[in-house]
Design a protein around this ligand. Sequence first.
Ligand SMILES: [Zn+2]
Length: 140
Amino acid sequence: MILRSFPRLRRRRISIVRGGEDDLLSYTVEGDHHLVAVNECLLPAPDRALIGGLAHELVHIDTDLRMGWFLRELAWNRYLSSHWCRMREERATELRVIELGYGRNLLAFVRYAHRLGRTFSREHGLLYAEIGRAVRKGTE
Ligand SMILES: [Zn+2]
C-alpha cells in the first residue's frame, strides 16, 4: 500500500501499534519514527475497512512530511486550536484518500465505525453520503 500510493513514505520508519484512547486511529511522531495507533475495537474489522482508516492516517503523515518542521509546528497548533482548521484539514485528507483510490475502503471504515456506535461530524472529515458521492463520481 505504501509502495503503491505513498512513495514518499517508503524510506520512513512507520509502525502500526495497538492503542489510541478515544480515537479509532491516530498517529504520533517520535523523532523520525511515525507511529499509527489502531484502537483495540478495530481489531476485528475487515481488512477493507482497516485499509480505509490506515489510508487516512498515511495521507496525514504524507502531508506533514511535505512541510518543513516550522510549517508543521504551525499547522499542528492551528489544527489543535481551531475547529475550522481541523475540519478543513480532515476534509482535504479524505478527498486525497478518495483520489488515491481508497474511497470504497473509506466507506467500509465509516460503516464499521458506525457499527461500533461512533458518529462522525464534519470535523472528522467527509460525511458518509459525501464519500459515497465522490466514490461514484470517480468510477463513472
Ligand atoms: Zn484525520
